[in-house]
Every structure is written in C-alpha cells, then in structure tokens.
Design a protein around this ligand. Structure first.
Ligand SMILES: [Zn+2]
Length: 247
C-alpha cells in the first residue's frame, strides 16, 4: 500500500505539459508541442514527422519559460532540420516534382482520357484532378519497374548471377532488398532520384545475389561494377528524406 500511495503522490506532483506554442523562425510559423515525461532528465527536441513542426519532451519540473529558452538556444539545429524537411508535393497544376533527379512540372490537362506522359520537363496527367495522384503514382511505379529491371539485368549479367523475381514497393525504411530466394525488391521512389543513384541501388541488391552480407568481398563486387557507389550513397544520405516526403 505504501508503494501505491507514494506512486500516486508523485503522479500528482507532475504538472501538465504547457500548451502548444508557435515559434516564429525566419518569417515562418513553426508549431511546437510539449510532452511531459516524468522520467526524462533533460529537454529533448525533435521533429514531428507526421504532424509537422516540433515536439519537445520536458522533465517533470521544467516550465514553459525554460522550455522556450531551450528552443531559442536550438535555433541553428531547428533551421537545419527545417531546410531538409520539404512539404509533401501536392499533385496540382504547376506543382514541382523530381523525376530522375530533374525538376519537372505537373500539368493536369482537362481531357478525361489519355495516358500520363512526360515531355519537355512537364508531366501531363489527364483524367480529372481527383484521380491524378493515383494515376501519377502508378505511372512513376511503372517507370521505376522498367528502369530497375533493365539495370538489374545489366548488373546480373555483368556479375554472373541471376534473380528470380523483381518488384517495386512503397517501402519507407529501405531502398532495396534481396531475398534468400533471389527476389529483388525496390522502392519505386528511386525513379525520383538521379539515374546514378538508382543504378547504385540496383548494383547493390544484385551483388547480394552472390554475397548476402556487407563484407569486403561484397563491396569489392559492387565497386568493380559500379564505381560511383560512394557518391550515390552520399546522395541518398543527403536527399533520401526529401525523396520520401514526395507524394
Ligand atoms: Zn545491402
């Protein structure tokens, strides 16, 4: 019983988290929410990937004034995070989208019929704006599958291996994978990245058909056939999040 009473008392002693706030940073309003964690020992600030804005975890006794001072001290960090965080692309007339690493404009012609086509930096998506997001995504998935199949075949031939199947998916956690049964699986969003990046991911997964690990022999195989692997890895590290926020 004593334990229970003590627990209840400390629960009561934890004040509620402060009300949400809006930070004005470089002319932009950035929402800031607070969460109370009685066991936290220091303040922790992170991006709210789902809702946008920031979330700050506060230890039991930290008040609003102290929390805002901490946010102010973290301004440089917040700015860096915001720069990397782009709003998801809306499929609307004139909206910009990366395709093979190049900015393209989306056009929604009024025709009810017709196929999605890419011409002179413009992606035309006919068939009514309500169906445009799905039609555009389907088309990009088709392009991704074509390109990844062609590049995977190229590397399989060069490395002397064969795969049993290939698919593109909407996987957020990884760019590609290779099953023990020899099935390759890729993120369709690779079609948004520059060709040398898509190329590297294909070489990487095909190399796993021979080497199911990331050991020195695996990397030697990748680098022999794909000398730009390092710069592609750097590109994915720098821009991967941006690519995932699209659509
Ligand atoms: Zn791997």
């Amino acid at each position: 019983m004593i334990g229970f009473l003590r627990g209840a008392a400390s629960l009561r002693a934890t004040p509620p988290a402060p009300e949400p706030h809006v930070l004005r940073i470089n002319g932009r309003d950035v929402p800031l929410r607070f969460k109370r964690n009685a066991r936290a020992r220091r303040m922790v600030l992170r991006l709210d990937q789902k809702a946008g804005g920031l979330v700050m975890t506060l230890p039991r006794r930290t008040g609003l004034a102290e929390a805002l001072r901490f946010a102010e001290k973290s301004l440089a960090w917040i700015l860096r995070q915001l720069e990397q965080q782009l709003p998801p692309v809306m499929v609307a007339e004139g909206a910009q989208l990366l395709l093979r690493g190049e900015p393209h404009k989306i056009a929604l012609p009024p025709q009810k019929r017709g196929v999605v086509r890419v011409e002179g930096g413009v992606i035309h998506v006919p068939g009514g704006p309500e169906h445009a997001p799905r039609r555009l995504k389907d088309h990009l998935k088709k392009l991704a599958l074509e390109e990844l199949t062609s590049r995977s075949r190229h590397y399989a031939l060069a490395m002397g291996s064969a795969f049993s199947g290939i698919a593109v998916r909407d996987q957020k956690s990884r760019w590609g994978s290779c099953s023990a049964a020899g099935k390759l699986s890729y993120s369709w969003r690779l079609i948004l990245a520059p060709p040398f990046v898509l190329d590297y991911v294909a070489a990487h997964e095909v190399a796993h058909l021979k080497e199911m690990n990331h050991g020195p022999r695996f990397w030697r195989l990748v680098l022999t056939h794909c000398p730009h692997a390092r710069s592609a890895k750097v590109w994915l590290k720098e821009h991967g999040r941006k690519i995932h926020s699209l659509l």
